[in-house]
Design a protein around this ligand. Structure first.
Ligand SMILES: Nc1ncnc2c1ncn2[C@@H]1O[C@H](COP(=O)(O)OP(=O)(O)OP(=O)(O)O)[C@@H](O)[C@H]1O
Ligand SMILES: [Mg+2]
Length: 355
């Protein structure tokens, strides 16, 4: 019999990518949030033979391409979430199972998962997801490039389901050595939505939390539309994501360069104002004695909107100086890292109980 391995895993199901953290934050993986139908064909021709980029999950006699493989090779594919909501719990379970296979080393591992879902997800959906994952689980995956397959039987002892931004909150508190539940507002600017979560006296405040459709995707969509008007050519917002990530000033369209810095600045300003309005409105629902000590800006959008939002939060009196706004070292992975810490701490507690 193999030795019993205990594993804590943090997962953040985003609209653009699924983030997973394990091995005390040393294993961090990011895969596109896409599931697709299998599309058999020239296997073995790809240079990248990693399981992460060639992931096929088999379940109930059906096969699914997951992540990068689905993005590149599936004809029919679907994203896991849209408009700030999980679309299908079943798909989320498939994605999580596939993601787990990237870490599991052998049969019989005992796993405790903490995962984040968009703030707009209902309590009922959260509990369905939690139940769908807490079980003896059989994971069958195949590497599409090498044909190698792995079959694991693992035991998911528990799957905690929490609102996404809570991961960043926990990570920031732990890494700053804080043991109190500090009152805070966390603004998670993702690809498809901005999620806002308020923690007051250790509680997640429902009326002071919510989500907005305005996020990085809004910026690329508006930029694409403007460029389209200028050039008369079709530009997909998706293709502008790299421009944003690399912070480029110009793009090439039809062999010509177009300066996008002005339109980008304009919409960054515009979208930031919407995020600030909603943040102020939500804060306004807190009782008058509430005192927000921390404002956390997280998610990939913190790279793009961070500076403008800090400045606006200061001007709007949400903070006393722009420096009071905290941005994590790795805003994209921070939720997953925090969830791993939550899973680890729960595992410790369970062990103490003698389970
Ligand atoms: N270094 C970077 N600079 C600028 N933008 C970045 C950077 N890294 C990521 N982004 C942008 O941030 C977005 C992804 O952020 P994130 O991973 O937080 O979103 P998500 O969690 O998938 O989406 P959501 O939270 O809406 O479900 C993408 O649109 C990406 O282009
Ligand atoms: Mg996110």
């Amino acid at each position: 019999m193999s030795k019993k391995t205990l594993r804590s895993v943090g997962i953040d199901l985003g609209t653009s990518t699924i983030k997973i953290s394990s091995n005390n934050g040393q294993s961090l993986v990011k895969i596109p949030s896409i599931i697709g139908d299998p599309n058999p064909g020239w296997t073995g021709m790809t240079l990248d033979k990693s399981l992460e980029n060639n992931l096929v999950l088999e379940q109930d006699g059906q096969a699914f391409f997951v992540g990068e493989l689905a993005r590149l090779q599936s004809e029919i594919k679907r994203t896991l979430a849209s408009e700030g909501k999980m679309k299908s719990i079943k798909d989320a379970v498939i994605a999580i199972k596939a993601a787990l296979s990237l870490f599991i080393k052998g049969d019989g591992e005992q796993i405790l998962i903490a995962t984040g879902v968009p703030v707009a997800t209902s309590q009922e959906e959260m509990s369905t997801l939690s139940k769908g994952l807490s079980e003896e689980m059989e994971i069958n995956v195949r590497n599409d490039a090498t044909g190698e397959s792995h079959n694991y039987n693992v035991n998911v002892q528990k799957c905690l389901v929490l609102p996404e931004p809570y991961g960043s909150y926990y990570q920031i508190l732990k890494s700053s050595g804080e043991s109190r539940a500090v009152d805070a507002i966390i603004v998670d600017i993702g690809h498809g939505s901005t999620d806002i979560l308020t923690v007051y006296q250790g509680r997640l405040m429902r009326t002071a939390s919510g989500s907005l459709e305005e996020a990085v995707d809004t910026l690329t969509t508006r930029m694409a539309r403007t460029l389209q008007d200028q050039t008369g050519k079709i530009i997909r917002p998706f293709d502008l994501m790299k421009t944003i990530e690399k912070n480029l000033k110009a793009v090439m369209v039809g062999g010509q360069q177009y300066d996008v810095s002005e339109v980008k600045e304009y919409y960054i300003q515009n979208i930031s104002e919407i995020i600030i309005d909603e943040t102020s409105r939500l804060l306004g629902t807190l009782p008058p004695d509430a005192w927000i000590e921390r404002v956390i800006l997280t998610g990939g959008g913190a790279y793009v909107f961070g500076d403008v939002l800090k400045e606006m939060m200061w001007k709007e009196n949400i903070v006393k100086s722009p420096e009071e706004v905290v941005v994590p070292d790795n805003p994209v992975m921070c939720n997953a890292q925090g969830f791993e810490l939550i899973a680890a701490s729960r595992m410790k507690a369970e062990k103490k109980k003698g389970k």
